[in-house]
Design a protein around this ligand. Structure first.
Ligand SMILES: Cc1cc2nc3c(=O)[nH]c(=O)nc-3n(C[C@H](O)[C@H](O)[C@H](O)COP(=O)(O)OP(=O)(O)OC[C@H]3O[C@@H](n4cnc5c(N)ncnc54)[C@H](O)[C@@H]3O)c2cc1C
Ligand SMILES: NC(=O)C1=CN([C@@H]2O[C@H](COP(=O)(O)OP(=O)(O)OC[C@H]3O[C@@H](n4cnc5c(N)ncnc54)[C@H](OP(=O)(O)O)[C@@H]3O)[C@@H](O)[C@H]2O)C=CC1
Length: 501
């Protein structure tokens, strides 16, 4: 390594997203005397606000982007370094940043998040959405667009197709139903009419009005223009910021160039065959297009169902890959099949004194039968918090056990303006044919699905204001035999809370 170690910290955390910041907070409160460094590529850090423990495992919170000075003021022993980590040297316990500085560590936690797994790299007509910059780019391009194609069937696609207005949306999904990462076909059927109906007026005002392309007010201390410049100087222009999260679209107008409100057509069971520019299309003389269509759009997408659509651009909402390249080269990290850094039940990677948390890692301990990893905000917070506790316990030589939050999967979110709660094996994940489903559905109001295995509740999907989450969480956690109750379990005329008191 060319440079000299500038300073050695007891704890170094890489990444100012929710996992990294929560880890820093945990370490700094547990061992206030320890010197901690947070090294992050993005200009802002993410902070959890309005945290609410809804029940034993369900939690809700808002997320805000903040200047890092807020964190440094709170924790005097914390130093925030705004530069990307360029290389890691596990042998010498040091990291080198893009601006050429070298820092030593006693214990390191990698929280570098993920980046969009795009359909194709380097195609200017294929966009991914991950951080503030990519959301702004999307908004800018959308404002001039008449038609876009959204590919993917997970969280981002579900949000976009509902939110985008003033632009025709073609939604290409691999599956027979929408929202495969969160729902089964029954829930999809419940949700589909919302795509055709007008959107209800938003009740709540925007909580995080930051995603704007307007020039900042004079004298504003944190602005995107200034941030972008400083990021270019310190970290290189391609370094990712933290992932967006709950309600990211509430602060930006997702409006296209047309007068129409929402217009979405779903193309089921298809993938992308090819993406062409207009010129490439004319050259290849594609037979599948009507001749008058050729040349009228900047880009064309051919699907495996034989259809080709012209559009202004394609959104690749096709998942994330853990952010490990290229700065982890030259080390021997064990990786999981999804590319994540394998971590054990103490959030430790295969490299000595290196921990990982959030989207960058893959939980490789033996999971509780009711938990699975999903790359979500809540899990980033829980993992960051637990990694901090493990790092502190290890330096203090204290024992520590896997936290209770990893006992039961839980997620609260909103899709198509409905509250959505997912618990346990909500889609019967890994249960094989040996499970039973109970469903209650009232069109336009609620969809309740319970997954039973051996007569015990192992998962649930609750859409709408069902008020069942706490009771179901208890029933899942206590694994009571529900066979005697049969379908009565979902009888709307029974107050289930009283039933199990
Ligand atoms: C559009 C969108 C909507 C979402 N909506 C929801 C939702 O409603 N609910 C939900 O639960 N989840 C949601 N998610 C997922 C959620 O945002 C992520 O799971 C979570 O933010 C991951 O947190 P993290 O801290 O692991 O990573 P990130 O937030 O990605 O943070 C990674 C950090 O590492 C930094 N970094 C990267 N490389 C380096 C490097 N080499 N050196 C230094 N720093 C580096 C980055 O600048 C960033 O600060 C959404 C994601 C997206 C993209
Ligand atoms: N409200 C919430 O909770 C939200 C959460 N998020 C999170 O943010 C992250 C990014 O979201 P997103 O990008 O939607 O990722 P998701 O993992 O949620 O969904 C990706 C989708 O793309 C599909 N897919 C993958 N590769 C292809 C391909 N080549 N062609 C067509 N389809 C493909 C996947 O299918 P398959 O599963 O079959 O591979 C899946 O349906 C995720 O971790 C997500 O959980 C995002 C927005 C909202």
């Amino acid at each position: 390594m060319a440079h000299k170690v500038e300073k050695t910290f007891r704890f170094v955390i890489v990444g100012g997203g929710i996992a990294g910041v929560t880890c820093v907070e945990q370490l700094s409160s547990q061992i206030p005397s320890a010197e901690v460094a947070l090294i992050t590529a993005g200009p802002h850090i993410k902070a959890v606000t309005n945290y609410k423990q809804v029940s034993k495992v369900l939690e809700e919170f808002d997320v805000e982007e903040r200047p890092s000075s807020v964190l440094e003021e709170k924790f005097p022993n914390l130093t925030v370094i705004h530069s990307a980590v360029k290389s890691l040297h596990t042998q010498s316990h040091s990291v080198e940043t893009a601006d050429g500085r070298v820092f030593g560590y006693e214990k390191l936690c990698l929280c570098s998040g993920g980046r969009p797994k795009l359909l194709t790299q380097e195609n200017p007509y294929v966009l991914g959405i991950r951080d503030t910059d990519s959301a702004q780019e999307f908004q800018k391009r959308l404002s001039k667009a008449k038609r876009i194609v959204v590919v993917g069937n997970g969280g981002i696609a579900l949000e976009l197709v509902y939110e985008v207005e003033g632009c025709e949306v073609i939604w290409a999904v691999k599956d027979k139903a929408i929202g495969n990462t969160f729902f089964d076909a029954g829930a999809a059927q419940f949700l589909i009419p919302s795509l055709e109906a007008d959107k209800p007026e938003r009740a709540a005002p925007c909580k995080r009005p930051r995603y704007t392309t307007e020039e900042p007010a004079a004298g504003a201390s944190q602005t995107f223009t200034a941030d972008r410049n400083s990021r270019g100087r310190n970290s290189g222009p391609t370094e990712p910021g933290s992932a967006l999260g709950p309600d990211w679209h509430e602060g930006i107008a997702l409006r296209g160039a047309e007068q129409v409100s929402r217009r979405v057509s779903v193309e089921y069971q298809c993938e992308v065959e090819k993406i062409f520019t207009s010129e490439e299309l004319l050259d290849s003389q594609q037979q599948t297009l009507r001749p008058e269509n050729v040349g009228s759009w900047p880009v064309y997408i051919q699907l495996t169902n034989g259809k080709t659509f012209g559009c202004d651009f394609v959104v690749s909402a096709t998942g994330v890959v853990p952010n490990t390249e290229p700065f982890l080269h030259g080390n021997n990290f064990a990786r999981a099949d999804d590319g994540g850094l394998r971590v054990d039940d103490h959030m430790m990677t295969s490299e000595l004194d290196v921990y990982a948390a959030g989207d960058v890692c893959t939980a490789c301990w033996e999971h509780s039968p009711l938990w699975q990893q999903m790359r979500l905000w809540t899990q980033a917070r829980q993992m960051g918090w637990y990694a901090g506790r493990c790092m502190a316990a290890h330096v203090l030589s204290e024992p520590i056990e896997l936290d209770f939050c990893f006992e039961l999967f839980s997620h609260i979110t909103k899709f198509f303006n409905y509250k959505v709660v997912l618990l346990g094996k909500f889609n019967g994940q890994g249960l094989g044919p040996d499970h039973e489903l109970l469903v209650r559905c009232t069109k336009g109001r609620e969809y309740v699905k319970v997954v039973l295995s051996g007569g015990r509740m192992v998962g649930a999907v609750l859409i709408g204001e069902t008020d069942l989450e706490e009771t179901f969480e208890n029933l899942i956690l206590n694994q009571m035999d529900l066979t005697p109750y049969g379908e009565e379990l979902l009888n709307p005329n029974i107050d289930i809370e009283d039933y199990f008191d």
